[in-house]
Design a protein around this ligand. Structure first.
Ligand code: SF4
Length: 271
């Protein structure tokens, strides 16, 4: 646990959540019955539901669309390439986000989620070489396609960080830093200690991996070297560089617009 339990968001299975009274927590639901139970009567401290394995169940989403309580839902897809068309079922559900593992074909799900104006969290893990071109395409889509209105994480926060707004590390952005997000196993035990990221990065540096001198280390904190510290980061470094370059372009454009029309910008800045 974190030294300040009140600052930790706990993720635990629905059965364990019934007894959880001390922390803010996210309930992991995997059946329609669990979804119905937590939608109808969320207990104090339940800040959201992480819904796994239910995108293929139309009755579950008909139920969620009727829910009167707006507890946020994070709908996790396991295989975005085959499950993407089911995202239409979320069109009438309120306060919903979609989480997509970065696997081949995930772009189909990202495009459809964006067209439905759903926020998305991409979980890159250690992306295989075969999926890196699709990840770069996803970044271009996020940066340039007018259809994208809701945030696409992790691009959104990384881009904001490059524009000068501190967002924490990639572990935090992706809700995977155990110091803040305590994920529990089926017995309720924390999967990692609160200082996991600190220790992981220290070990990578001591072992002389590329993290020691990597310019993206303050933001990445060794994210892409887990679980395999031998992972080749060439592709993800190019992705960071592309996002930084786009952020620099926008900052330059805004600065030049401000120079051309300082009065309008001063009016805007006082709003
Ligand atoms: S991009 Fe790779 S080398 Fe750089 S900090 Fe992240 S994991 Fe380490």
């Amino acid at each position: 646990m974190s030294e300040d339990p009140a600052a930790t968001l706990v993720f635990l299975r629905a059965g364990l959540a019934e007894e959880c009274r001390e922390h803010a927590y996210i309930v992991i639901v995997r059946t329609r019955e669990e979804l119905a139970r937590w939608l109808s009567d969320p207990k104090p401290g339940a800040e959201g539901l992480q819904v796994e394995g239910l995108i293929g169940d139309p009755d579950a989403w008909a139920l969620a669309a009727q829910g009167s309580k707006a507890i946020p839902l994070d709908v996790v897809l396991q295989d975005p390439a085959s499950e993407f068309s089911a995202l239409y079922r979320l069109a009438d559900v309120r306060a919903v986000r979609v989480t997509l593992p970065v696997k081949p074909g995930f772009m189909k799900a990202l495009r459809l989620a964006a067209s439905l104006q759903l926020p998305v969290r991409l979980l890159p893990g250690q992306p295989e070489p075969a999926v890196l071109p699709e990840l770069r395409e996803a970044a271009r889509f996020y940066l340039h396609d007018p259809m994208v209105e809701a945030p696409v994480e992790f691009f959104h926060s990384v881009f904001a960080a490059f524009r000068g707004s501190p967002q924490g590390t990639l572990w935090e952005i992706l809700e995977q830093d155990p110091a803040i997000f305590s994920h529990r196993d089926d017995e309720g035990r924390a999967l990692h200690p609160p200082d996991f990221v600190e220790r992981h990065l220290s070990a990578l540096i001591q072992d002389g991996t590329a993290c020691a001198t990597c310019r993206w280390q303050p933001l990445c904190a060794g994210y892409f070297k887990y679980p395999d510290p031998r992972y080749d980061c060439t592709g993800v470094k190019q992705l960071f560089a592309a996002l930084e370059s786009a952020a620099d372009d926008i900052s330059r454009d805004l600065a030049s617009q401000e120079e051309e029309n300082p009065a309008a910008w001063s009016t805007l800045s006082t709003r």
